[in-house]
Design a protein around this ligand. Structure first.
Ligand code: URA
Length: 261
């Protein structure tokens, strides 16, 4: 018969896991990793840095491996409306992130609004509820929007570059961004916003192919057939409140453009 682990050993093991970044229990039963078949190796892709602004395109998959980006392009192109796009994402199995996520986080707000916000990826709360920007960063985002008379219920549509939470909120890889980009492109094409607001470096990397948000914020550009405005991500503003002044300037620029058109 198995003996129960003593209190102090169990506590020490738990503390060790917390120290290594474990912040939630995922399964009801333990997984025996020795019995799980190893996944085929993924291609190693270059990681972009702040200094190397223009990013290397995603490489083709080695022979024999599933080309997730090609599958995504096909699935996204076949989606004739927003419900079909959501269903296509729900049925998409090539992205590993899906396996660690609780929910698909698709979109929130007013479909067809003039302004579409693109964030990075769901965090813990978003993953639990299935709605983008509902945690602390989401609360700040709502306050920022309401300061220029925008809100989800009436005039803003919100999505993320990735619809599944990366484990431990780690940064998405270039491969994950490249694979999921066709879905975002289709999402934008169906929602037809006038303005895309890109929240932070990851949204800029996916949509503009470059990062460096400190330099890019507030600079209007064009991508996916619409005007784009990069801004600091609300999560970054929570960590660096002194940057809220810049964010306020960008919000005013957004408001002015909405008025002028
Ligand atoms: N950060 C994001 O980029 N998106 C969310 O949905 C939540 C936090």
């Amino acid at each position: 018969m198995e003996s129960a682990m003593d209190y102090h050993t169990a506590k020490a093991l738990l503390e060790w896991q917390v120290e290594f970044g474990v912040d939630e229990a995922i399964c009801d039963a333990p997984v025996n990793r020795f019995e799980v078949k190893p996944e085929p190796k993924k291609p190693v892709l270059p990681v972009a840095s702040e200094t190397a602004t223009v990013l290397t395109p995603i490489r083709a998959n080695p022979p024999g491996e599933v080309d997730g980006a090609a599958l995504a392009r096909e699935a996204a192109a076949g989606a004739g409306d927003i419900e079909a796009l959501k269903a296509a994402l729900g049925a998409f199995e090539a992205c590993e992130l899906k396996r660690g996520a609780r929910n698909l986080v698709f979109a929130d707000g007013t479909f067809g609004a003039r302004v579409m916000i693109v964030g990075e990826a769901p965090g813990r709360e978003e993953d639990q509820i299935g709605t983008p920007f509902v945690g602390e960063a989401g609360t700040l985002l709502d306050k920022m929007l309401s300061a220029i008379d925008l809100n989800r219920a009436e005039n803003v549509y919100i999505t993320n570059v990735l619809p599944w939470r990366p484990p431990q909120n780690r940064e998405p890889t270039p491969a994950e961004l490249g694979m999921m980009l066709p879905f975002l492109e289709r999402h934008v094409a169906l929602a037809k916003p006038e303005i895309l607001v890109l929240m932070g470096n990851i949204a800029c990397q996916a949509v503009l192919g470059k990062r460096g948000i400190t330099r890019m914020r507030g600079e209007w550009g064009d991508a996916m057939g619409v005007k784009v405005l990069p801004m600091f991500h609300p999560a970054y503003l929570l960590r660096s409140p002194e940057k809220k002044r810049d964010a306020w300037a960008d919000l005013l620029a957004l408001k002015a453009r909405l008025k002028s058109e």
